[in-house]
Design a protein around this ligand. Structure first.
Ligand code: LMR
Length: 339
């Protein structure tokens, strides 16, 4: 057999070394974790915590690289990339909001329903129950594997103008609101009296600043970290629905991983999920306070009566989506939550 010259071997070793970034151990499997929010949000922090734990405990086997703030993909693109990916060694992972999964599972639209959850504890009751299995199972046939649920928090509404959003439909009338790509959100905005406009997260700050839309709904950490409050006049604390995420990975990649690696990753994701709930609870009060202290948008708490009007106005949304989500599933969710 012909011998490879020593100089060539040295050159190959050097080239491999240069190809690796400093501080990155060589690994058999690489996971690129793409998300659209800031690193200091509950999702951003949880993704970083997951990466840190994997890169420490599974060094040499798996390496996680995190790409925040839509640097790699927006949410629609990342799901397509995951579905098309056929690599056994490089996997794409992401945590798009539950609102962005309708194409893959109609039952997940339940998470978008206005006033389904009284608070974050209700959300945890549902995501910790067996019911979520039937909601996430359809994703596998579409090339995605659901791994865990992460929180952001309950959503608030903001608007630019002379008065806050308090009375429905009057305060919504004539105003345009940015929404995620969710038909449930569109129906909710119409029920409240406004006009919905779907836009990617990356475009929201500019759209608010330039008056393309008048307002938006989001969780506190997104309002604060993306500076929405700086281009809005009022934030109404409506807690009308939930913003949370499904951590997903390409099903092909996940199935290609050796079973022991999947088990270790699943255990680490569980720790990251516990940390995420803590980050979300902190952001819920901490980022609200930062918005209040900033001197930009004024924060308004809705009265119980006002909230009850919002609830009444949006009650029809559940009926509109009953057949898509499934009457049986909705009944089970209400029984589980006790209301
Ligand atoms: C949004 O588009 O408003 C959110 O889904 C962004 C996010 O991931 O929190």
């Amino acid at each position: 057999m012909k011998r490879i010259p020593q100089i060539l071997i040295i050159a190959m070793v050097l080239a491999l070394g240069i190809a690796m970034l400093p501080g990155q151990a060589r690994a058999e499997y690489v996971i690129k974790f793409s998300h659209v929010v800031s690193p200091q949000t509950p999702k951003g922090k949880a993704a970083d915590a997951f990466a840190k734990l994997v890169n420490t405990r599974m060094a040499g086997k798996v390496r996680v690289e995190v790409f925040p703030s839509s640097q790699l993909y927006n949410d629609n693109k990342v799901m397509e990339a995951m579905r098309l990916s056929d690599s056994d060694t490089t996997g794409i992972m992401a945590a798009p909001s539950l609102s962005k999964f309708v194409k893959f599972s109609r039952t997940l639209q339940a998470f978008d329903l206005p006033f389904l959850f009284n608070d974050i504890n209700d959300v945890h009751t549902l995501v910790d129950s067996d019911l979520v299995e039937e909601m996430t199972q359809p994703l596998q046939r579409k090339g995605l594997r659901a791994l865990t649920f992460w929180d952001n928090g309950m959503k608030v509404f903001s608007i630019k103008g002379s008065k806050p959003l308090r009375n429905v439909p009057d305060d919504f009338n004539g105003n345009k609101f940015r929404i995620q790509s969710s038909e449930v959100h569109a129906a909710m905005i119409k029920a409240l009296g406004g006009t919905p406009q779907k836009l990617p997260f990356k475009e929201v700050y500019t759209a608010l600043g330039q008056g393309v839309v008048d307002g938006q709904e989001n969780a506190w950490s997104n309002v604060y970290s993306k500076k929405f409050h700086e281009v809005q006049s009022y934030v109404s604390v409506s807690n009308h629905s939930y913003l949370g995420y499904l951590v997903v990975v390409s099903n092909h990649f996940w199935k290609s991983l050796p079973a022991d690696i999947r088990t270790e990753l699943t255990a680490i994701l569980k720790e990251a999920t516990t940390a995420n709930r803590q980050f979300a609870a902190e952001a819920d009060t901490g980022d609200r306070k930062k918005v209040e202290d900033s001197g930009y948008a004024k924060v308004i708490d809705l009265t119980a009566d006002e909230k009850s009007e919002w609830r009444k106005a949006t009650a029809k949304v559940e009926d509109e989506f009953r057949s898509q989500i499934g009457d049986d599933l909705l009944k089970k969710i209400h029984t589980l939550l006790g209301h």
